[in-house]
Design a protein around this ligand. Structure first.
Ligand SMILES: CC(C)(COP(=O)(O)OP(=O)(O)OC[C@H]1O[C@@H](n2cnc3c(N)ncnc32)[C@H](O)[C@@H]1OP(=O)(O)O)[C@@H](O)C(=O)NCCC(=O)NCCS
Length: 177
C-alpha cells in the first residue's frame, strides 16, 4: 500500500495543484478553461477560499497526486449552504482510487461544515467523472446543451447533485450554522 495522506492545501502546494489542473486545460474538456491558469490567478483562488470552502490535496509517497475543493456555488446569500466541488487527479495516477478518496473526504468535510447541497458541473463527455459522482450518490439534476465551445466543438454540461445528511438528523434543513 502506498503511503498516503489527505490534508488541507497550503500556499506551497499551489504549483503542484496548477500543474495537475493545467494538463486538463490543454488536453481535456473536463474544464472549460482554454488557457493555462497562471500562478497569480491560482493564488487569488486560494486566498478566496475560507474555512467553509476547503481545498485539499492527496499526497502519496510525498508527491501531490490529486486535489479537490468545495467552492461557493453562487454569490447570493441564500446559496450559502450550497457548494460546487472540484476533483483533479494527476494524469499519471488515474484509476488508482485517488479521485474516490478525495471526493469521499470532500463529502465528509461538507457535512462537518454544515453544507446542505453539493453540485458537480460536469462536461457530458467526461464519463469517468459522471461515474465517480454517481458512485458517491450524486444524481443527475440537469443538462445544459451547447454551453461550452472548446477544441472546435460545442460542449454540454451535466449537473449532478448530492444533498448531504447532517449527522444530527433533528436539525432542520434550514437551520443556521
Ligand atoms: C474523474 C477523476 C477525478 C477520477 O479519478 P480517479 O482517481 O481516476 O478515479 P478512481 O480510481 O478513484 O475511481 C473511482 C470511480 O470513478 C469511476 N471512474 C474513474 N475512472 C473512470 C473511467 N476512466 N471510466 C469510467 N469510470 C471511471 C469509477 O466508478 C471508479 O470506480 P471503480 O474503479 O470502482 O469502477 C479523474 O479521472 C480526473 O481527474 N479526471 C479529469 C478531471 C475531472 O474530470 N474532474 C472532475 C470534474 S470536477
Amino acid at each position: 500500500m502506498p503511503d498516503q495522506i489527505i490534508r488541507s492545501a497550503t500556499a506551497a502546494d499551489l504549483p503542484a495543484i496548477n500543474a495537475i489542473y493545467n494538463h486538463y486545460v490543454l488536453h481535456s474538456t473536463c474544464t472549460y478553461q482554454t488557457e493555462p491558469e497562471t500562478i497569480e490567478a491560482r493564488e487569488l483562488w486560494f486566498a478566496s477560499h475560507g474555512v467553509k470552502h476547503p481545498i485539499i490535496v492527496l499526497e502519496r509517497n510525498d508527491e501531490i497526486v490529486g486535489w479537490g475543493s468545495l467552492s461557493r456555488f453562487h454569490p447570493r446569500a441564500a446559496y450559502d449552504r450550497t457548494v460546487e466541488n472540484s476533483v483533479y487527479v494527476h494524469a499519471e495516477h488515474q484509476r488508482q482510487g485517488v479521485g474516490r478518496a478525495i471526493l469521499t473526504n470532500l463529502i465528509k468535510r461538507a457535512i462537518h461544515l454544515g453544507h446542505h447541497a453539493i453540485i458537480a458541473g460536469i462536461d457530458a463527455e467526461q464519463e469517468a467523472s459522471v461515474a465517480l459522482h454517481a458512485r458517491h450518490g450524486f444524481t443527475r439534476a440537469g443538462y445544459l446543451k451547447e454551453v461550452g465551445y472548446k477544441f472546435d466543438r460545442w460542449l454540454h454540461v451535466i449537473y449532478m447533485q448530492l444533498t448531504v445528511k447532517h449527522p444530527d438528523s433533528s436539525l432542520p434543513a434550514h437551520a443556521p450554522r
